[in-house]
Design a protein around this ligand. Structure first.
Ligand SMILES: [Ca+2]
Ligand SMILES: [Ca+2]
Length: 499
């Protein structure tokens, strides 16, 4: 029997076969477009969407949220490298879990810092051919990307048909976020000129608000910040600067386990400083860069609207990971507190209810299978993430109960965390056994993960790991962490786990 072409027999196809082609029906049956917006280094708690009291104004992101679904439980699974961007972007592109990514080759066999055994490579050789753009190219989509260069997944990025990457962290149109926006606007213009009607997947990445956070003069002025570059002086104080973060500390209570880490000691404008003037100025710079990103997003959404494409486009907004900037006395992205482990995440598109929030419990590695699901494409077998399409269709249940996180870009085995319901456990086994720390938080009562050093009054607003009444909970969470480490092929074990 001859094989029939597998065209879904929708109303539009049926009418088309019968010779009718009313445009409304064509639009109804057109495959959806995707606009995946990924910023670099942004804590969800910068945004008013997650912290209503925040000074950061992002009207376009807010409008997206008002028209779509906001996730309160979006996470990036973690990192085995100081460059947290790198595994995060591998997970975004491939849909694979953190220990199943292509591992970097050891550069120097004599290097002392890497005495711990290297994690085994558990990624298939052909993985790049099964990453976001490759999958959508095969399905007949046009794929385009703009983003920063470096600390990314080069082999997956190269799969996009159109690639316009450059690192843009300056304070002008040409040297900053406007450049990335212009690449997308130009691409949309080219599509319109050539009457290209194929569906598209655009990966709209930014280089900011990653440092160096050089904002535009107008936005820096709005947030009272300066592009401070003189190590010998403090930046000027200004009442317009954002206040200190709610869980700010002057220093982290114990070493976090990555000596000399660039993000904690060498970021221009902050260095090792955690004083109020430095942190408030740096947050002002972060906000100036984030609002500039919001302006560029607005231009692209307006263009899609004018082209009549916006209603048929799923728009995702997220970041590759969060960021500390003074929270818990830390400055970088190499920790597992909520401000850094969680990411902002929202999605708007056909059929998604407007103005809703959900927990979700998703990872960034769930993006690829979800995009496939929404486009009616079968995800490759290499994908380990889960489609969260049921949530987009109104299912209030999160797609998983337990979340695992890792940071071990410094000393091994490093930090691990696990979260289930209101409870979260973080463990630190760093500096060759010098640091053995456990933290236990009830996130319902202590969402900002206050430590004893924050000196809060409420009994639950602290680390509960040593509280006798929570000993059973700690034990339960420690068992859960071990089972997640086993399930995900984490090659390391902590000091109090069976080896
Ligand atoms: Ca990043
Ligand atoms: Ca095309």
């Amino acid at each position: 029997m001859p094989k029939l072409p597998s065209i879904p027999l929708t109303l539009g196809v049926l009418l088309g076969l019968l010779g009718f082609a009313p445009s409304a029906v064509i639009a109804e049956t057109a495959r959806p477009n995707f606009l995946v917006i990924v910023v670099d280094d942004q804590s969800p708690f910068d945004l008013q969407l997650y912290s209503p009291e925040s000074k950061l104004e992002t009207p376009n992101i807010d409008q997206l949220a008002a028209a779509g679904l906001t996730f309160d439980g979006a996470h990036q699974m973690g990192s085995w490298s100081g460059a947290v961007c790198t595994p995060s972007r591998h997970m975004i592109m491939s849909g694979r879990t953190v220990w199943h990514l292509p591992m970097p080759q050891k550069r120097n066999k004599n290097k002392k810092a890497s005495e711990a055994p290297q994690p085994p490579n558990m990624a298939p050789a052909n993985l790049a051919e099964n990453t976001m753009a490759a999958i959508f190219n095969r399905a007949g989509y046009d794929t385009m990307r703009t983003c920063k260069k470096g600390n990314s997944y080069a082999a997956a990025n190269a799969q996009f048909t159109v690639v316009r990457d450059a690192t843009k962290r300056g304070g002008t149109e040409k040297s900053g976020s406007a450049w990335h926006g212009q690449q997308v606007l130009d691409y949309l213009q080219e599509r319109e000129s050539s009457k290209d009607e194929d569906p598209f997947l655009i990966y709209f990445g930014f280089s900011h608000p990653h440092d160096t956070r050089d904002g535009t003069p107008e936005l820096l002025a709005k947030y009272g910040a300066t592009n401070h570059s003189d190590r010998k002086t403090l930046p000027a104080a200004n009442p317009k600067q954002p206040p200190l973060p709610i869980n700010y500390l002057e220093s982290h209570p114990f070493p976090h386990g990555h000596p000399g880490l660039r993000d904690e000691v060498a970021v221009s404008g902050v260095w090792e400083r955690r004083d109020e003037q430095t942190i408030r100025n740096e947050l002002g710079r972060e906000f100036a860069c984030s609002e500039n990103i919001d302006i560029q997003i607005g231009k692209v959404l307006d263009r899609l609207q004018a082209m009549g494409q916006l209603d048929n486009t799923y728009v995702i907004y997220t970041s590759d990971h969060g960021m500390a900037i003074g929270r818990h006395g830390l400055q970088g992205k190499q920790n597992l507190y909520e401000h850094t482990w969680r990411v902002p995440f929202l999605i708007k598109g056909p059929g998604i209810p407007a103005g809703q929030r959900t927990l979700g419990n998703i990872y960034l590695l769930d993006i690829v299978p979800t995009l496939c699901d929404l486009a009616g494409i079968e995800a490759p077998e290499t994908v380990e993430g889960k489609s969260f399409k049921p949530i987009l269709n109104g299912d209030p249940n999160p797609i998983r109960e337990v979340l695992y996180g890792v940071y071990c870009g410094g000393t091994k085995p490093g930090m691990r965390c696990v979260k289930k319901g209101d409870w979260k456990l973080i463990k630190y086994d760093t500096l060759d056994g010098a640091v053995h720390e456990t933290q236990l938080f009830n996130l319902a009562a202590n969402p900002h993960e206050y430590l004893p050093e924050h000196k809060r009054q409420a009994a639950q607003e602290t680390d509960l790991a040593e509280a006798p009444e929570h000993a059973a909970k700690r034990k339960e969470m420690e068992a859960l962490l071990l089972s997640e480490m086993q399930r995900l092929d984490d090659p390391y074990r902590l000091w109090d786990q069976p080896q």
